[in-house]
Design a protein. Sequence first.
Length: 342
Amino acid sequence: MLVLGIETSCDETGIALYDTGRGLLAHALHSQVALHADYGGVVPELASRDHIRRVLPLTREVLLESGVTLADLDAVAYTAGPGLAGALLVGAGVGTSLAYALDIPAIGIHHLEGHLLSPLLADPAPQFPFVALLVSGGHTQLMRVGGVGDYTLLGETLDDAAGEAFDKSAKLLGLGYPGGPAIAALAESGHTGRYPLPRPMLHSDNLDFSFSGLKTAVLTAARNLPPDTQARADLAAELQTAIVDVLVGKSIAAIEQTGLTRLVVAGGVGANRRLRVQLSAAAQGRGCSVFYPPFEFCTDNGAMIAFAGALRLQQDKQENTRGSGSGFTVRPRWDLASLATA
């Protein structure tokens, strides 16, 4: 089965083709980072308009690269939520229109499910069941994944997510958007210990997270920084270490609580190299294996949507709209755990 994937949930337009027999055939991505950089964050209206400009040219590019035509498609998968409503409507409108014209299924995919399953695109790929650390945008969650659609929430952030802590702290330090890569780059020349920061909820008796207090601590420290680059680098290094310490500690606690031996990391923060090094070392010391998606699939992309759509189509766990004139909807807010009953 050949599935076209369309991702337009926020500030990346991603298109991909996945074949259940041959794997990922082609993918293309346009990032809007430069478009939103002057605003310090994503402007929803600008994001939606840029998706409109990019989605069809990228689709043509992917089809040409893979050597297939629209007539060869067996289904179209698009991100139905969560995300920015206007941005989601672009992908949903294009996806369902193509499906209607071709008389094939249109599959609305949960954005976080795409991230959650993206490590299965790696080689080697993890086997079910596993614990998943999902760190994407405004989401930081730990899930037990028993299979496609079998998700049990173990813990989540009570306020800011890890990605938000990176972005907001980067703004306080006068760094660019997105904040995660900017903090990581600055931290390379910094040293920890000069500006002690808290590790929120690291030793709590649950698997929940909280990063709003850490952002406040960075604000307090930033107000008293001396006017030199080294001070900013030291604070960035401490911030990165604090976030990584919490993510690693909670992930290992989830492994011990569930008794599983496989951990999957997905989402944009999963590209952080310090997180990968520390988490892999901690898991290895406990006889566990850690799996990451390829770096290019950590951020939003069409490959994860096409892949999730193919899995959903194979298992027939999604209500698909065939070319019958059916409408569609998007879900800017959508609980991932709700898919367990889908």
